[in-house]
Design a protein around this ligand. Structure first.
Ligand SMILES: Cc1cc2nc3c(=O)[nH]c(=O)nc-3n(C[C@H](O)[C@H](O)[C@H](O)COP(=O)(O)OP(=O)(O)OC[C@H]3O[C@@H](n4cnc5c(N)ncnc54)[C@H](O)[C@@H]3O)c2cc1C
Length: 589
């Protein structure tokens, strides 16, 4: 049944998942009179727990939801506060108290959340409508036609009014659907992996990161703290709430996630590089359980008596991908997974939704103000791509390091220093679209990016140089407590700071100087294992030469890295050995 055409909208968002609904709200918050239509294939309400994958937030995503969109009350009341990230080198082990644990002993100041995706998307759809967004569920988009010149884009979609697909299913095939043709000035594809416009415009592009994931939800809590009765192990955290962390059980070539959900379920995933662990070993629940029994027996033991509580099971063979373009001056854009996707190891999915949506909102703002779009669309594309590429460098060919209790703790400190002090600062201080500041920081940001690439390569070779015996010797009862690294905890706290433009530039310059020092420390440790990096040497030397030229006083500054180890955790020490009094007091200061 063909419905009569409606008035054109300002924006049509195809797909009402995380990216689409949050973008709709961001637009309404920015322009109270904007007419935004969101078309979502699934019928609402969608089911809790087993709705979609992608449940752990980190600082950018949490800030985007809580502050930019003003959803803190929902997050605090309806979702779970996350107890940071946590890693255990527990492959093949049931004695978790005897392996390296990496995780904070107390929550760090910047709060993030574990998100039940069903609960969240039901809430987002309602909240978006309260804020004036037009949201249509059970609406299946058949076709999108982009406008020529300054015309309107057209979307043809169907809606079934019967109960088919109720309970969060897709619109079914029972009764004759309503057929709608709707037009808008802006068209945003937020259809997730379906990537309607991406396919239509031939924008899909592979990246070099060929890893896979399987995941499932169980209707029970996985209480990590209950896995061990050792009082000393339990006392490592201020409260017995490790279960609220995004727990990573790691081994060479893979990691297993454990994420609690507010609905009472737990999400479990295995993410692996097929060069170490082929998908075929884990692509059914039974196989995944066999695999867990061998590689992460504590997870297996926890789940085995509760197989009847399984809620779903799914997998993606190669989940990471690129896209040639996500923003266009022709008034279309791709949001969320309809564009690119990285890797969930550090949970950046929501971060990149927040970053991409912010650029789309800015382009729409320019258009509404009658300003030209071409230059800005191009610059935002370049910046967004550079964020994607620097983040991708943390993952590509790095899965081998996940079994290394020597290198992975160093990598995590490096990766988080980069994230908290550069990317997260740009986002929380609202500098993503401040092109003047970004231009002034161009050299610093380019150096940070090059350092990251060089340090990732160095860490990879360092990991390869270590023998299984070296690694076994490093996997002792020990904890790397980020809360006890004062400078690191401060980077997290500093995400609450707000600077003027000059102070912000100073902050970023200091961040890059710190990255240089840290890179130097990584180099010293790798060198002890006989691994050198000419690339990193050259970068650090050129930095020192530049600094000396800029300021004569800097000539006295030693080459970063020649300084004694100051930023990294001391090399692993057995947690049963008492901490020397000087270090213990520094840690509690
Ligand atoms: C293994 C894995 C683990 C992850 N873990 C995390 C994590 O811990 N933290 C994190 O932040 N992110 C994580 N992510 C990423 C996260 O899942 C995505 O960032 C997020 O789901 C993308 O949201 P989206 O709105 O772009 O897509 P989706 O949530 O998929 O939404 C797209 C919507 O479009 C609708 N749609 C599709 N086709 C049509 C059509 N023809 N007509 C109408 N509607 C349509 C769909 O029904 C859907 O609701 C993970 C991803 C993977 C693969």
């Amino acid at each position: 049944m063909q419905e009569p055409p409606t008035e054109p909208h300002d924006v049509i968002i195809m797909g009402g998942g995380l990216a689409g609904l949050t973008l709709a709200m961001q637009l309404r918050d920015r322009f109270p009179d904007i007419d935004v239509l969101v078309l979502e294939r699934r019928r609402h309400p969608v089911p809790l727990a087993r709705h979609k994958v992608g449940e752990s937030t980190v600082e950018i995503g949490a800030h985007y939801f809580a502050e930019v969109l003003g959803l803190r009350e929902h997050l605090e009341k309806a979702q779970l506060r996350k107890f940071g990230f946590r890693f255990f080198f527990s492959e093949g082990r049931r004695d978790i108290e005897n392996v390296v644990e990496l995780g904070a002993s107390r929550p760090l100041p910047m709060v993030s959340y574990q998100i039940d995706r069903g609960l969240f998307e039901n809430f987002l759809a309602e909240e978006a409508q309260r804020r004036g967004v037009r949201f249509v569920d059970a609406a299946f988009i058949r076709e999108a036609t982009l406008a020529e010149g300054n015309g309107l884009h057209t979307v043809r979609w169907e809606r079934r009014t019967d109960a088919a697909g109720a309970g969060g299913g897709e619109a079914g095939a029972a009764a004759e659907p309503e057929v709608h043709t709707t037009q808008a000035r802006w068209l945003v594809d937020a259809c997730g992996r379906a990537g309607l416009l991406k396919r239509q415009l031939g924008l899909a592009q592979d990246n070099p990161h060929g890893v896979h994931a399987v995941w499932f939800r169980v209707a029970k809590r996985i209480d990590v703290d209950s896995w061990c009765k050792d009082p000393a192990w339990r006392a490592r955290t201020v409260t017995p709430t490790r279960w609220l962390s995004t727990n990573h059980m790691v081994g060479a070539g893979y990691w297993v996630w454990l994420i609690p959900l507010a609905s009472g379920s737990h999400s479990v995933g295995i993410v692996a590089d097929p060069r170490y662990h082929p998908l075929e070993r884990m692509n059914t629940f039974e196989r995944a359980m066999e695999w867990l029994a061998e590689f992460q027996p504590l997870v297996f033991d926890d789940l085995d008596p509760h197989r009847d509580k399984l809620q779903d099971f799914a997998f993606f063979r190669r989940f990471s991908y690129d896209c040639k373009q996500v923003f266009s001056a022709d008034r279309w854009a791709l949001a969320g997974e309809a564009g690119r996707f990285l890797d969930p190891f550090y949970s950046p999915g929501s971060d990149f939704i927040g970053i991409g949506n912010t650029y789309i909102t800015e382009l729409i703002a320019r258009d509404r103000a009658g300003q030209p779009l071409a230059a800005h669309a191009q610059v935002y594309e370049q910046i967004f791509r550079s964020f994607y590429e620097s983040t991708l460098a943390l993952y590509v060919d790095q899965y081998g390091l996940f079994g290394s209790p020597t290198v992975l703790p160093v990598k995590i400190v490096w990766d988080y220093t980069y994230y908290w002090s550069v990317l997260a600062q740009l986002f929380v201080q609202d500098r993503l679209t401040d092109l003047a500041t970004l231009a002034q920081l161009r050299d610093e940001l380019a150096l940070a990016q090059k350092l990251n690439v060089a340090v990732q390569a160095l860490m990879r070779r360092w990991g390869e140089a270590l023998s299984p015996a070296d690694e076994a010797a490093a996997n002792v009862p020990a904890v790397h407590d980020q809360a006890a690294l004062p400078w690191f905890a401060e980077l997290n706290r500093a995400l609450h700071d707000r600077d003027d433009a000059a102070a912000f530039r100073g902050r970023l310059a200091a961040a890059v100087a710190r990255l240089c020092t840290l890179a130097g420390e990584v180099q010293v440790r790798a060198r002890a294992a006989g691994v050198e990096s000419e690339e990193l040497d050259a970068l650090l030397a050129s930095r020192t030469a530049q600094a000396a030229q800029a300021s004569p006083a800097a000539r006295a500054t030693p080459v970063p890295g020649a300084v004694a180890s100051a930023l990294l955790f001391p090399p692993t020490r057995d947690a049963r050995t008492p901490v020397p009094a000087t270090e213990a007091s520094a840690a509690t200061a």
